[in-house]
Design a protein around this ligand. Sequence first.
Ligand code: NAP
Length: 298
Amino acid sequence: MVTVNIRTKSPKAKISRLPSTLEVDSKSTVESLVEALSGVTKLGTERLRLTLIDNTRLIPGTPLEKYDLQDNSIVYVKDLGPQVSWATVFYIEYAGPIFIHLLLYNCQALFYGRTYEHSLMQKTLLIMVLIHYLKRELETLFVHRFSNASMPFLYIFRNSSHYWFLSGVLLGYFSYKPDTRTPLPPAIYYSLVGLWIYAETSNFVTHLILSSLRPKGTTQRKIPFGYGFNLVSCPNYFFESLSWLAVVGITRTWSAALFWLVSTVTMYQWALKKHSKYKREFPGKYPKSRKAIFPYIA
Ligand SMILES: NC(=O)c1ccc[n+]([C@@H]2O[C@H](COP(=O)([O-])OP(=O)(O)OC[C@H]3O[C@@H](n4cnc5c(N)ncnc54)[C@H](OP(=O)(O)O)[C@@H]3O)[C@@H](O)[C@H]2O)c1
């Protein structure tokens, strides 16, 4: 048994009833420490984040021995606030564009002041958006194995605005308005639809590979290999970007281009972080020729 000091990092982040010391069995896991603190503070275990003086995070599921806790070691506790499950956030995020596109498509008189026959491009876009976001909902339900159970409740608004506004309102509003442009030549149009089907299917395959790396109920991480992963660390992001690029070509709207750009820049930044995390986690083992997101480029 060791007796550790319990602190919050700043006086502003005070947690009522937080004990100043706690006796823990150094042979137990991080959960037992979190549960003991949760019992005393009456805050749910998912709200409590523990770190050491050097900012190392105490990850639930890890034996405390790994962190070499001694008598008088300091463990910092942070109350993350009310939490919501990752899956719930994803369901809400992806439901937005489905609902908004259906509304804009079906209520022409309300949004555009008259009724008219939708163009082939508009019919195709609606189908693509519905398939894309239903696929994401179903993947959240049946495929992904997330390591983080929850995130702060307020993140729902931050995360959803990206999808609801850029991919829902802007993309939908400017794509479903009366379209008087000359349609694309069929060869180009169907090539772009083919590119979209290829990218969406490939994105799905990469998600299956990621899910197969982690036994159910664990947070284990492995080096992924195979379809796309031999070239880049995040082929799922690459294929997602390719799929929205096809949508840009099909719709030829600035709002589709804006969503593609913002998504791709975001995924590029995330991919760089994931790529360096892999190199840190698997030193000497991580394939050197692999790029982060764009094959042979970056
Ligand atoms: N359009 C956009 O702006 C946009 C932006 C981001 C994502 N997306 C789409 O949403 C999809 C999911 O995004 P994401 O950021 O959650 O993808 P991700 O971080 O690559 O992860 C997908 C799933 O695989 C798990 N995973 C990742 N690497 C793993 C490894 N080495 N070993 C074991 N499990 C691993 C993740 O677990 P963890 O919970 O541990 O990470 C997560 O459950 C993307 O592929 C993309 O299609 C779109």
